[in-house]
Write a protein that binds this ligand. Structure first.
Ligand code: NAD
Length: 317
């Protein structure tokens, strides 16, 4: 039977690729409500959807920052039935915090955190009544690990991860899955928009050393990371398709294996020393992410050995 999927932020990037992927599914398992804030930007999605348009894919207006817009959109869906909600809409913000206004920071939380909360509040009661559903959030590896100059963006993703970690116990009771998808870098407009804005920015409010690290080191390095390790929106769509078709969906799913050992460091060392050292070396001692990952794997193995030794001493092994 066809599942009704609502996706936010479908005018570009991951949302667009995902909406097209699900709507053109060979087994026709999905009816997709591909939503976007501004319908004037629908043409790229229409093109990607091809024959699926107005058959297995309908485009609707939805602004995740407006409860009214969300309610209006969901009310147009037959029986308000959303089997799978995919929270994809998001915005970025990079740079030294001294150069960002509190309003800029709040805007990130309005979309990345409260936007998802508003969506979940709208569909959860109906999912609970039906005792079924799947809520997917396109989070980020930055929902697990902070990265320099991404302070507020990472905080917004941490916030939604904390929200979902708490909510999942309740939803499990109602047979509703929650999955946090955690991509590393993805080559989309997101990256372009964020870096273009950063390049135009005024860094007079920070000290020259910080401005220099951001402009001459961070921005350049990021471009290299995106071009060498960046996935495509289609890759993320493929991962998400696999997740929403699983019998039992996982709570977390990372799409880029390079980041897995690095994000695991935090759990291996509660003091935070391992992870801060690895990232510091990556940034200031020109260590590559690949090297950091390899070292992280070695450190994790060493840590696992220590845990095993401890378990043996305590007689658990
Ligand atoms: P993108 O900029 O192409 O897509 C984001 C979409 O969200 C856009 O279509 C935008 O119009 C929409 N949006 C913004 N505010 C909205 C609002 N108030 N209401 C409705 N839609 C709104 O970038 P993307 O990379 O496809 O980003 C999608 C998601 O993936 C985001 O949540 C982002 O945080 C996450 N992500 C991106 C990357 C990356 O490197 N690009 C990495 C990890 C996670």
């Amino acid at each position: 039977c066809e599942e009704e999927v609502l996706i936010t932020g479908c005018s570009s990037g991951i949302g667009l690729a995902l909406a097209a992927k699900l709507a053109t599914d060979g087994q026709q398992r999905f009816k997709v409500f591909a939503t976007m804030r501004n319908l004037a930007k629908r043409s790229a999605l229409e093109e990607a959807a091809g024959d699926a348009l107005n058959r297995t894919l309908e485009i609707k207006e939805l602004d995740v920052c407006s409860e009214h817009s969300i309610r209006k959109c969901v009310d147009t869906i037959p029986d308000r039935r959303v089997d799978i909600l995919i929270n994809n809409a998001g915005v970025g913000l990079i740079g030294p915090i001294e150069c960002q206004s509190i309003q800029d920071m709040q805007a990130v939380f309005e979309t990345n955190f409260f936007g998802v909360v508003r969506m979940i509040k709208e569909v959860l009661p109906d999912m609970k009544k039906r005792k079924s559903g799947h809520i997917v959030v396109i989070s980020s590896v930055m929902g697990l690990q902070g990265i320099m100059f991404n302070d507020v963006y990472a905080a917004s993703k941490f916030a939604i991860e904390g929200f979902c970690e708490s909510l999942v116990f309740q939803t499990m009771k109602f047979n509703i899955f929650i999955t946090l998808i955690e991509p590393g870098p993805v080559k989309t407009e997101f990256e372009l928009k964020t870096y273009e804005e950063a390049e135009r920015g005024d860094y007079s409010k920070t000290d020259p050393e910080t401005a220099d690290i951001f402009i001459n080191y961070y921005l350049k390095n990021c471009k290299e990371i995106f071009s060498s390790l960046g996935q495509t929106p289609e890759d993320i769509a493929e991962h998400t398709l696999r997740i929403v078709t699983m019998e039992t969906a996982p709570f977390r799913h990372q799409t880029n294996q390079v980041y897995t050992p690095v994000t695991a460091l935090k759990y291996a060392d509660p003091s935070g020393e391992l992870v801060t050292n690895v990232f510091y070396k990556m940034v200031f001692q020109h260590d590559t992410l690949m090297h950091a990952s390899l070292r992280a794997i070695k450190l994790l193995r060493w840590k696992a050995n220590k845990v095993q030794q401890g378990a043996r001493i305590l007689g658990f092994m």
